[in-house]
Design a protein around this ligand. Sequence first.
Ligand SMILES: NC(=O)c1ccc[n+]([C@@H]2O[C@H](COP(=O)([O-])OP(=O)(O)OC[C@H]3O[C@@H](n4cnc5c(N)ncnc54)[C@H](OP(=O)(O)O)[C@@H]3O)[C@@H](O)[C@H]2O)c1
Length: 326
Amino acid sequence: MKAITLKSFGGPEQMQISEVLDPVIGDNEILVQVHFTALNRADTLQRKGLYPPPEGESEIMGLEMAGVVAQIGNSVQKWKVGDKVCGLLPGGGYAELARIHEDMALPIPRGLGLEEAVAIPEVFLTAFQAIRWLADLQNGETVLIHAGASGVGTAAIQLAKAIGAQSIVTASKSKHSFCLQLGAKEAIDYKNQNFEVEIKRLTEGQGVNVIMDFIGGPYFQKNLNCLALEGRLIMQGWMGGPKISETNLGPILQKRLQITGSTLRSRTQEYKIALSKDLFNFAWPLFENEQLKPIIDSVYTWDMAAQAHQKMEENKNIGKIILKIT
Ligand SMILES: NC(=O)c1ccc[n+]([C@@H]2O[C@H](COP(=O)([O-])OP(=O)(O)OC[C@H]3O[C@@H](n4cnc5c(N)ncnc54)[C@H](OP(=O)(O)O)[C@@H]3O)[C@@H](O)[C@H]2O)c1
């Protein structure tokens, strides 16, 4: 098959389409003819050599795909050749063929095409894991979503709304109207406003119940200060850096805060299967009645992968950047 490989670790120009061996499937796996994959920040880190795949997994980038089942393993019950599926991958999405455990593959929501469905797995699973499994966000609560116009952020805004919670986002000013239309109640221009001051003003000093953070070190103290009593801080990225200098831990004790974090890629297959099933039960009916929608910024053919990576690294996207493979 053909796949995007790296000449060496580095910039987007290091990517090339080349011939590699086809993946070999196990008894419980299916082989998918990949029609679309999508970009994630992790791909840009992997390209630079900063985020290696889990041991034993494909070295090829790409954490999700949508396509058509081309072959099934000996024990597979759920799928047959020709079925359309999408799903989260531990890697290997930037390729013509990808292998996936039969229980990790999800059907395409009725009414959506493969190009739209590929924008679901990684960002909706990440946001769902944060909002439902880690933060247990409740109807009537308020969540602060940093990087609100990111792929994960746009999924989180919609999931929060579906739960009946209110969201406040931080994002570049030019992305505010999109976030507000999607369901955010307020948007903070973090480049020109102090989000801690704004959260205090918007919540009349109460603070927010949950924060979804992808910025890390530079936001840690302000995040603690922005949380309400018994607030939950969920950390899923560190686009601003992983280190903190001086921190006042007082709010953690005084407000009985919970702080946790997770990456999806490092989780066990059993965990990811359970999360995928839970997202499917919760979200597929909402995709099918259009209460939730995949947010697509742009679609590139895969020979334009370098331009697609560059767009993401310049923070120019709102929602997902898609790569068309076939
Ligand atoms: N833990 C997990 O399992 C998991 C899974 C998937 C993704 N993630 C993380 O989730 C985050 C979003 O990923 P994505 O693929 O959805 O991203 P994305 O679509 O590329 O969007 C990222 C956006 O974040 C904003 N941003 C970038 N650097 C920033 C900084 N230093 N401070 C404040 N805002 C910044 C930019 O928007 P503005 O123009 O608004 O600044 C940028 O467009 C990443 O940190 C990623 O690593 C974690």
